[in-house]
Design a binder for this molecule. Structure first.
Ligand code: LHQ
Length: 258
């Protein structure tokens, strides 16, 4: 069985991290395969939303630590450049919404890969751990960038430095994630949310994502210019025309992601 599976249903690319016996911790094969799966989701027109999750009881425990001490392993100098940075940039540049469905623990790089997704959903028993400080490392995979932006500097510093387990409920309360569901409802509700996204005007969602990517570094003036540019592009899409037409005809729109 592949360490990262991709299944396409109802315009959703279901990407599953699949080393459950190792809590979906990343070895080289899994990191490179996730990059490929994200590329496939980006290029396939039929995929209009991505649902990233983990098999078994974890989302991901981050880097497989046994690989790091393996003399045949990738070595510290390669692991971020080859594994995690390309994963994070792929998720942020993927022109479709990416949902992280966190049904268990998400630790280290696993937590930050979840947090860089567009919408993070979790089951009540899930948790987020910036495990890095416990092993003398710093939060990577975008953690030092996303965390202060999501929860504010103070909360981010505490969570990053102490490495404490943050429950899904706490994470939702502090704005780290979008929504928590009861464990029994989690699979159905998180898939239903991805299904809603997959029926929406995909290109407008991609432009929204692009604007969010730039907002952290732009001045207000720069951002207003970017919004204008992207809005012109959105206005030219078939889905925009369909949305307006459907509204005026008092019917539900049928978007095609074009
Ligand atoms: C694991 C792992 C794991 C291998 C559980 N590796 N086997 C970047 C720069 C360069 C180098 C380093 O990495 C990075 C990025 C990073 O991600 S650094 C952070 C790496 N991750 C961690 O430090 C988390 C380590 N894991 C844990 O703290 C716990 O396993 C958590 C809190 C995730 C879950 O705890 P439990 O639910 O109590 O499960 P467990 O500890 O019993 O784990 C179950 C199995 O999974 C166990 O194997 P075993 O053969 O004994 O059943 C663990 O050894 C294995 N496992 N995480 N990262």
């Amino acid at each position: 069985m592949s360490t990262v599976t991709l299944e396409i249903r109802d315009h959703i690319g279901f990407v599953t991290l699949n080393r459950p016996e190792k809590l979906n911790s990343f070895n080289r094969e899994m990191a490179l395969l996730l990059q490929n799966r994200l590329d496939e989701c980006a290029s396939l027109h039929e995929v209009r939303a991505v649902y990233l999750t983990g098999a078994g009881r974890a989302f991901s425990a981050g880097q497989d630590l046994s690989e790091i001490v393996d003399p045949e392993g990738p070595g510290m100098e390669k692991v971020l450049i080859e594994y995690y940075n390309p994963i994070v940039t792929r998720i942020r540049n993927l022109p479709k919404p990416v949902v992280a469905a966190v049904g268990g623990v998400a630790a280290g790089a696993g937590a930050n890969i979840a947090l860089c997704c567009d919408i993070v959903l979790a089951s009540k028993s899930a948790s987020f751990i910036q495990a890095f400080s416990k092993i003398g490392l710093i939060p990577d995979s975008g953690g030092t960038w996303f965390l202060p932006r999501l929860v504010g500097w103070q909360k981010a510093a505490g969570i990053a430095m102490l490495g404490d387990k943050v429950s899904a409920t706490e994470a939702e309360k502090m704005g780290m994630i979008y929504k928590v569901y009861e464990d029994e409802e989690f699979a159905g509700a998180s898939r239903a949310l991805a299904a809603v996204l997959a029926q929406m005007p995909t290109r407008a969602l991609a432009f929204t994502k692009h604007a969010f990517n730039y907002s952290a570094g732009n001045s207000l003036e720069e951002q207003l210019i970017l919004e204008d540019d992207l809005q012109q592009k959105a206005a030219l899409t078939k889905d925009h025309a369909e949305g307006v037409k459907a509204f005026l005809e008092k019917r539900a729109p049928l978007y095609k992601g074009e």
